[in-house]
Design a protein around this ligand. Structure first.
Ligand code: PAF
Length: 283
């Protein structure tokens, strides 16, 4: 597995891959890899001739300095995991390679970026869209893989690809969960043992809400029943919304859209976690 720290040698290498008519699958990550990332890599390995993963903690998508400072960084461990999995190459640049100068442009996705995560993390999706555009231009993959856990991020990147005519097929890979249902996340590493046990409430709340909605409860009643699960003082709910899975518009009646997503964000201690489930009324 080749590891690239700079753009030029990576581009030269990828040219030879393309010249050999091999397809390129790309898995962008911020490292601290877990089973969720490994599922993205697995999908890419199965669907492409060559798989490249990037490991870069992108500062421009953090709106909270302590979150950026505390974000786990474990490059050597990540490289070992990727090598064992069969990944072909890794791009692990430093900040001065990606941002030699502060970027001047901003990317505004309108209402899609202002709800849910966007409402609580101003500027976050501008940072995500900036880094993903840069990485797409550098790697020029055939397919790129993202996790469903960051559903809004996936929809933003889908919009980016459509609006800027990137010739890249996007894949959204299902959430990988711990045995008790907690969604795998790099941030889980920052939970204490007690907090780790409490964190399962996010998934429990999603399952309960889905069941209530499918048995005919109104969205309003369902939200007030579920909010009672968040009574534990160490768990602070930020949002719990029932939305159209494509537009992320809040819905009041689940028979309106074909695919419904329930999205949740909460602080467990100091650690902010998100989760979601997508279902259709027909299920
Ligand atoms: O999902 C992530 O890990 C990041 O937001 C991404 C897509 C790698 C951009 O920094």
């Amino acid at each position: 597995m080749e590891v690239f720290k700079e753009i030029f040698p990576l581009r030269e290498h990828l040219k030879t891959i393309r010249a050999a008519h091999k397809t390129i699958g790309f898995v962008p990550t911020m490292g601290a890899l877990h089973e969720g990332h490994m599922a993205l890599v697995k999908n890419s390995l199965e669907e492409n001739d060559f798989t490249i993963c990037s490991v870069y903690v992108n500062p421009t998508q953090f709106n909270n300095a302590s979150d950026l400072k505390n974000y786990p960084r474990e490059l050597e461990k990540d490289l070992q995991l990727l090598k064992n999995k069969g990944c072909d190459a890794v791009f692990a640049p430093s900040d001065n390679i990606i941002y030699p100068e502060k970027t001047a442009i901003t990317i505004d996705f309108g209402s899609l970026a202002n709800r849910l995560e966007g409402a609580f993390r101003p500027g976050h999706f501008n940072g995500v869209a900036t880094i993903v555009s840069k990485l797409f231009h550098i790697v020029e993959p055939d397919q790129a893989y993202f996790g469903q856990k960051d559903l809004q991020q996936f929809l933003i990147i889908k919009q980016l690809v459509e609006d800027l005519s990137f010739q890249i097929k996007l894949r959204c890979v299902e959430i990988v969960r711990e045995d008790d249902g907690l969604a795998r996340s790099s941030r889980n590493k920052r939970l204490s043992e007690k907090e780790r046990d409490k964190a399962v409430v996010l998934h429990q709340a999603l399952l309960k809400a889905r069941d209530l909605l499918l048995t005919g409860k109104s969205v309003g009643d369902c939200k007030s029943e579920v909010s009672q699960l968040f009574s534990e003082p160490s768990v602070k709910l930020e949002y719990f919304e029932v939305v159209d899975a494509n537009s992320l518009k809040v819905i009041t009646n689940i028979s309106e859209p074909k695919n419904v997503a329930i999205c949740v964000a909460a602080f467990v201690g100091e650690v902010r976690l998100i989760d979601n489930i997508i279902f259709s009324k027909e299920l």
